[in-house]
Design a protein around this ligand. Structure first.
Ligand code: ADP
Ligand code: ZN
Length: 707
């Protein structure tokens, strides 16, 4: 099959114009009849790797899937794309089973989702009579005892390879740690499978960690965060069932519709909550980690952890539930030392204490990182980024380092003089010369170090001691009241044999300034594009209700976003939108076209005092000023003004860039740009034109070309 043909099938059946990384190679491998193991992060696009071959291969494809809810959704999604699919599991009546078996035999069905136990049970029965073209094993990590989701039935799937000799097997998972990978290979007994290992980097997820935020403030922060994105879906993960209920209640009393979910709820309540979430009827779920596995919802825009997760695998999986559609999504991890103690107490009772403790250490290091978090996270999964990510809180706000020797020595000597018998709080109290009962009782006020650190606040000391722990100056004796112990490295610092750098805590003014800038940003007026996007979402919600389908199965957010910015006017333009295939166009296309064609943006009422710099640019532009005048009034460079205008144009505002630039110049830049094969760097074009044009002119032309 020529490669253009695969793309054609992709577009007409799934609505996508191009393949994601690896998809095409995997599909080709399957079509050649080879076995494959696919390791791809959540949202990477695994399903298409067996669904597309299923359409090409002559007979049926069996898809082994562990979760009934997952099966149902995938089958719905396929049907909406006009593909004949069905599922077979214990929820079906005997009668339904019989008619389904008949449909499979007659070749009516291209993809059959089946639970592992059903497949194992009937592999010598009706399944052995079927003409099968491919067997896909989804969530293949379930085969491994080391994974977080072991299912004994999966281990029996190893028998299948022998029985169905001449057809390709494909095993897929988003869990990539090495032991699990080996287990999949070993237990499924695949036939010299080709391994497809994708990058696990999810650049669209922003990473942020906040430590030691008092509960009241945390509630305030999260409430504000949610109110700024009231139409978006998100999950708050909590360690305990009780906390999930507390959070849901707190949000509800503050006017936010939220529900809770944990394993202690009756099954019907659980599936109800889950369904509401998937259907966009409920935007926020406060849940234990029992929630999420198998939730194939692409438009989760944020995930917040209320506590520190047990390990980085779990954490990565949980934040990975956000942004499966590839659009920017936010993740925030809150934690405090109480979490650490609780987790440590859990671990004590386990026979794998040592391993768990190490894993906990790793996630603590991540949480306390002073360098790019994504690099730390991915290096845990043996993937090494060569550059800082630019989308984590550390990259966005690099810490400022100071010489920390004196600070460290003061803390070290307090611990040393108390014979390592104190925890962080007592240590700080000694350093600050606190007058507490405990201090006088233990006669700490007679120590030489008493009061030597009273120039720093309690919070500052806490900030520094946490870093000292992370940098390996102190160790916490978790099993001895969390007392601080001095490490060999700590002794070196105490004896002035080595230096240490620490990050400076922010001052109150700095924190305030930051909060202000965040608040300013959030006071945005919806741009026309955003308004239309909200309208299209409404339409989708209505349709979903009517048809009893999950909203995202109709169109993903990413498709709606593209419609809102491209504003297709007719069928042909609509078919260009990613995610619009033939079947979906027939079913829903005209409804969305109508909505777009009749859309009129609401008047923008701007008040000068509150408007953002973009909006100010827009107003001045509307007054007909030249670029230079704009730049002068705003006291910025022409380049900045141009950037604003381009951004406004992209957001759907009516901006005419042509009027700022001579047609001849446009022509010249265009020619060079195309001749050089559309280089990425502006400088390439700039140089090629021998410095005869301005950078901003190049930017304008590129923006015009993009439009
Ligand atoms: P996974 O099973 O790996 O978590 P899915 O198969 O559910 O991922 O795919 C994630 C999302 O990406 C889905 O919404 C899917 O429709 C979309 N997707 C898959 N392949 C493509 C592609 N080639 N172009 C655009 N979107 C795609
Ligand atoms: Zn980073």
């Amino acid at each position: 099959m020529s490669s253009g043909q695969l793309e054609k099938i992709l577009k007409s059946n799934f609505g996508y114009a191009t393949f994601r990384p690896q998809q095409k190679e995997i599909i080709t491998n399957v079509l050649k009849g080879n076995d494959s193991i696919v390791l791809m992060p959540t949202g990477g696009g695994k399903s298409i790797c067996f669904q597309l071959p299923a359409l090409i291969l002559p007979h049926i494809t069996l898809v082994v899937s562990p979760l009934i809810s997952l099966m149902k959704d995938q089958v719905e999604a396929l049907k909406t794309n006009g593909i004949s699919a069905s599922f077979f599991n214990s929820t079906l009546s005997e009668l339904d089973k019989l008619s389904l078996i008949e449909d499979c035999n007659s070749g009516k069905i291209k993809l059959l989702y089946i639970s592992p136990e059903a497949l194992v049970n009937s592999k010598d029965g009706w399944i052995s009579q079927l003409k099968i073209s491919q067997i896909a094993i989804d969530e293949a990590h379930c085969v491994s005892m080391w994974g977080h989701d072991f299912r004994p039935e999966y281990q029996q799937l190893g028998e299948l390879r022998k029985q169905f000799k001449d057809i390709p097997f494909i095993a897929l998972t988003a869990t990539a740690d090495k032991i699990t990978r080996k287990d999949i290979l070993h237990q499924l007994k695949l036939n010299e499978p080709t391994l497809f290992l994708s990058s696990f980097n999810r650049p669209n997820l922003s990473l942020k960690v906040k430590s030691k935020v008092p509960k009241k403030q945390k509630q305030k922060e999260i409430l504000t965060f949610i109110k700024e994105r009231i139409t978006q879906s998100g999950i708050i993960y909590c360690l305990s069932r009780k906390e999930t209920e507390e959070w849901a209640n707190f949000l509800r009393t503050n006017g936010v519709n939220a529900s809770y979910y944990h394993a202690g709820l009756p099954p019907d309540k659980r599936s109800k909550v889950q369904e509401e979430f998937i259907n966009d009827d409920l935007h926020i779920i406060c849940a234990t980690i029992a929630f999420g596995m198998g939730i194939d919802k692409s438009n989760v825009r944020w995930v917040i952890h209320n506590n520190l997760p047990k390990n980085l695998e779990g954490y990565y999986q949980e934040i990975g539930r956000a942004g499966r559609d590839g659009l920017p999504s936010t993740t925030i991890l809150y934690y405090n030392m109480r979490d650490v103690k609780m987790l440590f107490d859990f671990i004590q009772e386990s026979e794998f204490k040592q391993i768990y403790k190490e894993k906990l250490q790793r996630i603590l290091q991540y949480a306390e990182a002073t360098s790019c978090r994504r690099r730390i996270l991915l290096s845990y999964f043996s993937e090494h980024l060569t550059e800082d990510c630019g989308n984590c809180d550390v990259c966005k706000n690099p810490p400022e380092f100071i010489d920390g020797k004196i600070i460290a020595q003061k803390a070290l000597s307090a611990v040393y003089r108390t014979k390592e018998s104190i925890g962080t709080i007592t240590c700080i109290n000694i350093l600050r010369g606190a007058k507490t009962a405990n201090i006088f009782e233990k006669r700490y006020n007679f120590l030489k170090t008493y009061g030597v650190g009273d120039n720093l606040s309690f919070n500052d000391w806490q900030h520094y001691i946490t870093q000292l722990i992370n940098q390996g100056v102190f160790e916490i004796a978790y099993d001895e009241h969390f007392n601080l112990k001095i490490t060999p490295y700590g002794y070196q610092i105490l004896r002035s044999e080595t230096d240490i750098k620490l990050t400076r805590p922010l001052t109150k003014e700095e924190i305030k300034a930051k909060e202000k800038s965040v608040k300013k940003k959030s006071k945005k007026i919806l741009s026309p594009n955003q308004q239309l996007f909200e309208k299209l979402k409404e339409l989708r919600r209505d349709l979903a209700k009517q048809k009893g389908l999950p909203a995202y199965i109709i169109f993903h957010d990413s498709s709606l976003k593209e419609m809102a910015s491209e504003m297709p006017k007719n069928a042909e333009e609509m078919m260009q939108i990613s995610g619009v295939g033939e079947a979906k166009f027939r079913k829903f296309g005209h409804l969305f076209l109508d909505e777009i064609n009749t859309f009129i943006p609401e008047e923008q009422t701007l008040r000068l005092s509150k408007i953002s710099t973009y909006e100010q640019t827009l107003q001045l532009y509307n007054e007909g000023l030249s670029l230079e005048e704009l730049a002068m009034i705003k006291d910025v460079k022409v380049d900045t003004v141009v950037n604003h205008l381009i951004k406004l144009l992209e957001e759907g505002y009516d901006i005419n860039l042509n009027k700022f630039i001579d047609d001849k110049v446009i022509q010249k830049i265009k020619e060079v740009y195309l001749k050089l094969n559309q280089p990425e760097k502006l400088k390439t074009i700039f140089d090629a034109l021998g410095n005869k044009v301005e950078y901003y002119q190049i930017r304008i032309v590129l923006a015009l070309l993009n439009k």
